[in-house]
Design a protein around this ligand. Structure first.
Ligand code: FAD
Length: 406
C-alpha cells in the first residue's frame, strides 16, 4: 500500500506518520524546503499545540461542524498529542485556559518532535509543489513540478488560505475541486475587526479584563478577556474569537460594545466615580480619571462623553456622571468589516464535510482519497484547538489510508 500525503503542516505530518506506522509506504510532499512553516509562527512563536480539556469541552470550542470532528477527537485526543511530543523529546506545560505549550516556549521544538515521529515511522520526505492529481482505475497520479508519483491512496493536507506566505495559499482547494469535491464559502476567521469609528488615536492600546459584546439581544456574543486597538479597529484574543462567531452573518453595521468595568454594575461604578471625583475635587474633569482608566484612553472617553474637559470636577452634574458611567459600561462602536481571509489565524470554509466520511476522513466521492486539517470546513476558537483538529483528522486519515485502523 503506497500513500502520498500532500502538505507538511501538523495534519500532513501526523497523517503520514500514522499511515507509515500502520505499515503503509508513505511519501510526504511539501512545497517548502522544510515542513511545518506555519507551525513556527503559531502561538507567537511558542505554539499552543493543543488544549488539555475533555473531548466534550473541546467540541464546544469548535465553531464550524463540531459533530463532524467527534470521531477524530476521540480517536486521537489532546493527551495523545502530549504523549507523542514528550516521547519525541519535547516536554510540555499547561497554562491558563488549559493551553498546552512546549516547556521550552519554542514552536520549533513542536515541529522537531512531529518530524522525528514521522521519520521514525519511515516516512519519506520530498520537496515538491503538487499541481495535479488524477485517478486512473485504482491508481492515483500525483504530479509535482519535479516528478510524478503513482500511489494507491492520497491524503490532502494542504491547509487553508490564511497567511499564504507559509505555503497554504488555497491550492489544495483547487486539487480537491478537480477531483470532484465542493468547497464551501471561504471566510476569514480569528481575524481583526474593523470599525466605522476612527480609533487611530487608540492604536496600540491594550485592554485587559474587559468584556466585549458583539450584536444585540439573542444574537449577541459576549467574551471576557484581553483586546487591543489597531489602526482600523480592534484585535486581540476576545476580538479574534468574536470574529469567528459572526463571520457567517451579515456583520456590517453590527454593534460592538466594550464594557471597561465588567466587575462593577452601573450604580457601583457611579459610587467609584464619585469617590474619584472627591479625591480630585480641586482638579479639572480631564485630570480626574487617572485611577479609573489607562492614560491613553482618557482623552477619547472625555471626547465621547461630551463633558467639557476643563470643567472643575466638583461641577460635573449627576446627569453627566451617568453618561460617563454608561460609556464605561458600553463603549460602543459599529463593525464596518472583518480583516481579510489572508490575515485570519485560520480559514473558515473548505472541503464540504458532507462529502467526507467522519469515521475515516475518506472522500465519499473518490475512493482512496482522504482529507485532513484546515482544508476541511472546520474551524475552532483560539486555545490550541485548531492544531489539535489538524492532528486528530490527520491521525484518522493516516491510519485508514495505511489500511490498519481498528
Ligand atoms: C499566526 C498564526 C498563529 C497560530 N497559532 C496557533 C496556535 O497557537 N494554536 C493553534 O491550535 N493553531 C494556531 N494557528 C492555526 C494553525 O497553525 C493551523 O490551523 C494549522 O497549522 C493547520 O494545519 P494544516 O496541517 O491543516 O495546514 P498548514 O499548517 O497550513 O500546512 C499545510 C501545508 O501544505 C503545504 N501545501 C499546500 N499546498 C501544497 C501543494 N500544492 N503542494 C505541496 N505542498 C502544499 C503548505 O506549504 C503547508 O506547509 C495559528 C495560525 C497562524 C497563521
Amino acid at each position: 500500500m503506497r500513500t502520498v500525503v500532500v502538505g507538511g503542516g501538523p495534519a500532513g505530518l501526523m497523517a503520514s506518520a500514522s499511515c507509515a506506522y500502520c505499515g503503509g509506504q508513505t511519501v510526504l510532499i511539501e512545497r517548502n524546503e522544510k515542513p511545518g512553516k506555519k507551525l513556527y509562527i503559531t502561538g507567537k512563536g511558542r505554539c499552543n499545540v493543543t488544549n488539555a480539556c475533555t473531548p466534550r469541552e473541546f467540541l464546544e470550542k469548535v465553531v464550524t461542524n463540531p459533530k463532524f470532528l467527534y470521531g477524530a477527537l476521540y480517536a486521537f485526543t489532546p493527551e495523545d498529542t502530549v504523549n507523542i511530543l514528550e516521547s519525541n523529546g519535547t516536554k510540555t506545560k499547561v497554562e491558563r485556559g488549559n493551553r498546552v505549550f512546549p516547556l521550552s516556549d519554542k514552536a520549533s521544538d513542536v515541529t522537531k518532535a512531529f518530524v522525528k515521529y514521522a521519520q521514525n515511522a519511515g516516512v519519506v520526505f520530498e520537496q515538491g509543489n503538487v499541481t495535479e492529481i488524477v485517478k486512473n482505475g485504482e491508481v492515483f497520479r500525483v504530479v509535482t513540478n519535479e516528478k510524478t508519483y503513482e500511489c494507491d491512496s492520497v491524503i490532502l493536507a494542504c491547509g487553508g488560505v490564511s497567511y499564504p506566505s507559509t505555503g497554504s495559499n488555497g491550492d489544495g482547494f483547487k486539487l480537491a475541486k478537480a477531483l470532484g469535491h465542493t468547497v464551501t464559502a471561504i471566510r476569514p476567521a480569528l481575524v481583526p475587526i474593523h470599525l466605522k469609528e476612527d480609533v487611530k488615536s487608540l492604536q496600540g492600546l491594550s485592554l485587559k479584563n474587559v468584556s466585549v459584546t458583539v450584536g444585540v439581544g439573542k444574537n449577541s456574543y459576549t467574551q471576557f478577556g484581553e483586546m487591543l486597538f489597531t489602526d482600523k479597529g480592534v484585535s486581540g484574543p476576545v476580538i479574534l474569537s468574536a470574529s469567528s462567531l459572526i463571520n457567517k452573518i451579515n456583520y456590517v453595521g453590527t454593534p460592538l460594545c466594550i464594557d471597561l468595568k465588567p466587575a462593577l454594575d452601573e450604580s457601583t461604578l457611579d459610587k467609584r466615580i464619585l469617590s474619584d471625583f472627591d479625591k480630585y475635587k480641586n482638579k479639572r474633569f480631564r485630570n480626574s480619571l487617572d485611577d479609573l482608566l489607562p492614560k491613553s484612553l482618557i482623552p477619547y472617553i472625555i471626547e465621547r462623553s461630551g463633558i467639557n474637559p476643563d470643567k472643575p470636577v466638583n461641577s460635573v452634574s449627576r446627569e453627566e456622571r451617568a453618561v460617563l458611567a454608561k460609556l464605561l459600561k458600553c463603549l460602543n462602536f459599529t463593525i464596518s468589516a472583518l480583516g481579510s481571509v489572508e490575515q485570519g489565524i485560520v480559514t473558515s470554509g473548505g472541503v464540504n464535510v458532507s462529502e467526507v466520511n467522519p469515521k475515516t476522513m475518506e472522500s465519499k466521492i473518490v475512493k482512496g482519497l482522504y482529507f485532513a486539517g484546515e482544508m476541511l470546513d472546520v474551524d475552532a476558537l483560539t486555545g490550541g484547538f485548531n492544531i489539535q483538529i489538524a492532528l486528530s483528522t490527520g491521525y484518522l486519515a493516516g491510519t485508514n489510508a495505511g489500511g490498519n485502523y481498528d
